[in-house]
Design a protein around this ligand. Structure first.
Ligand code: PEP
Ligand code: MG
Length: 325
């Protein structure tokens, strides 16, 4: 069965009623491009850059980062590559990067918060990304945005990076699309305002579930509350999608939720058309997509409003899609 799925992984991701989807890969190393392509990805929807930093015992230079990002862009051309800026701390603590241990790292100086406090590290990375943008179709993604001020500060750093690259007469692309991860509930509540300021959203359900349900995503004792199909989580995804749609910007979902077949009908029903996942999940999700009818998915996602518990939602989806799940 798995062999059949893999044979079909290079067919287009088109629903039964003809809607084309964009199934992309989440990767952490440039070498994983091979696996993304083998599994039929239509681009890199999330390149996590933490490993370029954790593998070294010091911060990488702009030139070192450029070599990696350029290689990635060239390997994937003409498809797009979304490079996310450093999402350090939280769960990826490293003493050479930040010697301060925090009581609640997930709520601490993580990701863009760390980068805004360490502007030299941030600007070095942004310059490397803008320069790599001259060699392929690169998008810039900022993690953990929780308010408008942070986004304004990020934009100021990008402007400074552009000014410095111009001054130094570097080859770069200053029109790289700018996106933010929507993974903090405050960003969901401000999605309409944020959408007016960026080119795309990427919904990070791994963290969005953690922060919405107030459960540590690494703590097995509360793993039963880690519920992608919890009605509260679905409401957040819907709000985010609607704010983006209203402001005419693209929405990608790049959390693990996108890689589990049971979640696909409701995500498509809400309107999401760009999904990014672990490369190994792509063939299975593509098979699911090819068996789905968008019109039915839309009705199902509307009918889910009547349910108030995750158990009811799961039972309903399993029943409605028992032939293909
Ligand atoms: C997420 O939070 O859903 C996400 C994709 O990012 P990470 O898992 O790297 O935090
Ligand atoms: Mg995250």
């Amino acid at each position: 069965y798995r062999a059949d799925i893999e044979r079909e992984s290079h067919l287009p991701a088109i629903t039964r009623d003809g809607v084309a989807l964009n199934l992309m890969a989440n990767i952490e190393l440039v070498e994983e491009v091979v696996s993304a392509k083998d599994n039929g990805a239509s681009g890199i929807g999330l390149f996590r850059t933490e490993f370029l930093y954790l593998d070294l015992k010091r911060f990488p230079t702009e030139e070192e980062l450029l070599i990696k990002y350029k290689e990635l862009a060239e390997l994937m051309t003409p498809q797009s590559v979304t490079i996310r800026t450093l999402d350090i701390n939280g769960d990826k603590f490293n003493p050479y990067i930040d010697p301060v241990e925090e009581a609640n790292p997930a709520l601490g100086l993580r990701a863009v918060r760390f980068c805004l406090e360490n502007k030299d590290i941030f600007i070095t990375q942004i310059k490397a990304i803008l320069r790599a943008g001259a060699f392929g179709h690169i998008k810039l993604l900022i993690p953990m945005i929780s308010c408008m001020e942070e986004l304004a500060q990020v934009k100021a750093v990008i402007r400074q990076a552009v000014a410095e690259l111009e001054r130094d007469e570097k080859v770069f692309n200053k029109d790289i699309p700018l996106g933010i991860m929507i993974e903090v509930p405050s960003a969901v509540l401000m999605a309409d305002e944020l959408a007016g300021q960026v080119d795309f959203f990427s919904i990070g359900t791994n963290d969005l579930i953690q922060y919405s349900m107030a459960i540590d995503r690494r703590n097995r004792r509360v793993a039963h509350l880690y519920q992608a199909l919890n009605p509260a989580v679905l409401k957040m995804i819907k709000m985010t999608f609607e704010a983006a749609h209203k402001n005419n910007i693209e929405v990608v979902m790049c959390g693990e939720m996108a890689g589990d077949p049971i979640n696909i009908p409701v995500l498509l029903g809400i309107g999401i058309r760009h999904l990014s996942m672990n490369p190994a999940s792509i063939p299975v999700i593509k098979k699911m997509v090819r068996d789905i009818d968008i019109e039915k998915a839309r009705k199902i996602s509307e009918e889910l409003i009547q349910f108030t518990t995750v158990q009811e939602i799961i039972r309903f989806i399993q029943e409605e899609y028992k032939d293909i799940l």
